[in-house]
Design a protein around this ligand. Structure first.
Ligand code: GLN
Length: 542
């Protein structure tokens, strides 16, 4: 039988609930348990796919092509939880399926209500995800939003019912709150008391409290919180601000015995804890020597979350290559009018153009790619970033001034990036792109082949447009290397610049599979090339 852990949050958002839930997942995996992470999102969108990155940050794509909340990216970086469409439950999906069933007459004339129909749908989705992999021992369900929000009530009610039905040791509640510091440095527990009261009003007594605080809480404060909130003193934990990396949080929780207390509450016999991968990763963190600056030339620069997985993957690559990676966020629109983009770009050691949609800033990205190509500066293009390389090659090597993607210019005489036949008549925006895991074949002797050490590559896609095969011959004859294709040879998946330290673009998104304990191969080789060019030191570690 599975054990369920419901992770909720109170007081305010952005307390690091996703990282806390993921860190708990990592600790339980360290105890040899199979963990499955689920995110419940109270918004009415069916998935995150149609939301602007400004609104909601990055869209995380799973193997089976679900466009999900960025918290699933945290789960992927901290745990080995299988991640599929089933791991992301939104109010939109829940209502969508309940309303469909109602239209099909499946409720046999009954009045359809939030309780029990919506809550039953939530519960059955949680159970379905839990059963998807028969080896799952523990299911951690993170409930988005803050207790007290109207939107999250059905999810908390579903959690209450599951805790009630499963019995005390089979389902527990972990609640995350804030302990603010007021003038004079005093820590305040009252917001936590109110937050736990709000949980109790929902019928849930938290078993474990994780308090986000500027410093570690002392014993007296923990005892006070425990007394007022009805929890055991040893079940009050601190999630303090870290000045190292968020990946130290599993160790910080381990030192406070979070996993031990959770195992006790669930009646699971204690097993030997193995946190070696995390200690090893922190050793690498401390051993970094020197720094490289990576210019991210994109469009959603103000919001860090918009390119979250890309930034994390760069950090992972830095760990593997032994350097700190400083991110320099460059708004591509700002480069458009610049005579000499070098004035801005000279300050960085490597350039990365990430994925994106829409016309704004595109010409600035082409300028950046062109500059990197001509100046021998390492360049990594992801999805749109690869399409930008193709546009630059068309415009500036083949001399087709209007070379473009039909996403941005339908009238170009040189549509070097264009829609696949099957995408031309697509009218619905949700879930209709080329999405999810697919196979790529690398060509031997290329950089991508060297990075993966294999011909066969499995990565995830999220795009509509493709390198146009009409131009494949001219592009490759003029020197742009076609380095990887789909197995049937019909689509170009990777291009590389010739005679260049490292200039590579891929149509897929390698950032989704990067981990602090195992950097994605292309990110690792990109940072290794940047480091090599800046400070020497040999090729990428393997
Ligand atoms: N807008 C481009 C496309 O749809 C690139 C998408 C992306 O970078 N994810 O093909």
């Amino acid at each position: 039988m599975n054990k369920f852990i419901f992770v909720s949050g109170g007081v305010c958002s952005s307390l690091g609930k996703g990282v806390a839930a993921s860190s708990l997942g990592a600790l339980l995996e360290g105890r040899g348990l199979n963990v499955r992470m689920i995110k419940c999102d109270p918004y009415i969108n069916v998935d995150a796919g149609t939301m602007s990155p400004y609104q909601h940050g990055e869209v995380y794509v799973t193997d089976d092509g679900a466009e999900t909340d960025l918290d699933l990216g945290n789960y992927a970086r901290f745990t080995a939880s299988p991640l599929s469409r089933a791991n992301s439950i939104t109010t939109g999906q829940v209502y969508d399926s309940v309303i469909r069933k109602e239209r099909e007459g499946r409720f046999l004339g009954r009045c359809v209500q939030v309780i029990p129909h919506i809550t039953d749908e939530i519960k059955s989705r949680i159970l379905a995800a839990a059963r998807e992999d028969p080896n799952t021992d523990v299911v951690i369900i993170e409930i988005g939003g803050t207790v007290g929000d109207i939107e999250s009530i059905p999810f908390l009610e579903a959690a209450r019912q599951m805790i009630h039905e499963s019995g005390k040791t089979n389902a527990i509640s972990v609640h995350l709150t804030l302990i603010p510091e007021v003038a004079g440095g005093e820590l305040k527990t009252k917001p936590t008391q109110h937050s736990v009261k709000a949980m109790q009003e929902m019928g849930i007594q938290p078993d474990v409290l994780v308090c986000r605080a500027p410093v570690m809480l002392d014993d007296a404060t923990c005892r006070k919180i425990a007394l007022f909130c009805n929890v055991d003193p040893e079940a009050v934990f601190t999630s303090c601000n870290v000045d190292t990396t968020i990946y130290e949080i599993p160790i910080i929780f381990f030192n406070q015995k979070l996993d031990q207390v959770v195992l006790n509450k669930m009646g699971v016999e204690s097993r030997h804890a193995n946190l070696d991968p995390w200690y090893f990763m922190m050793k690498k963190f401390a051993a970094r020597n020197g720094k490289v600056c990576i210019g991210i030339v994109g469009k959603y620069m103000e919001l860090h979350d918009a390119y979250k997985s890309v930034y994390e993957a760069l950090f992972h690559a830095g760990l593997e290559c032994g350097v700190e990676v400083e991110l320099v966020k460059i708004d591509s629109s700002g480069l458009e009018e610049k005579e000499n983009p070098g004035a801005v770009l000279e300050t960085v050691d490597g350039i990365l153009v990430p994925g994106g949609f829409g016309q704004r800033g595109i010409n600035g990205m082409v300028k950046a790619a062109s500059w990197a190509r001509k100046n021998g500066v390492p360049y990594f293009g992801i999805c749109l970033g690869m399409q930008i390389m193709v546009m630059d090659w068309g415009r500036n090597v083949l001399g087709w001034e209007d070379a473009d993607s039909t996403e941005f210019n339908q009238d170009s005489k040189h549509p070097v990036v264009s829609l696949l036949e099957e995408q031309i008549d697509v009218k619905n925006y949700g879930g209709t792109m080329r999405l999810g895991k697919s196979e790529t074949m690398a060509i031997e002797g290329t950089r991508i082949y060297a990075a993966y050490g294999n011909r066969q590559i499995w990565e995830r896609h999220r795009h509509r447009y493709e390198f146009s095969n009409k131009y494949r011959k001219e592009m490759s004859e003029s020197g742009l290397a076609i380095a990887a294709l789909t197995p049937d040879g019909s689509l170009v998946e990777c291009v590389e610049w010739p005679n260049h330290p490292w200039g590579l673009g891929v149509q897929f998104h390698p950032e989704f599979k990067s981990k602090p304990t195992a950097a994605a191969p292309l990110f690792r080789d990109f940072i290794a090339a940047v480091k090599e060019r800046k400070m020497g030191g040999g090729p990428a570690p393997r």
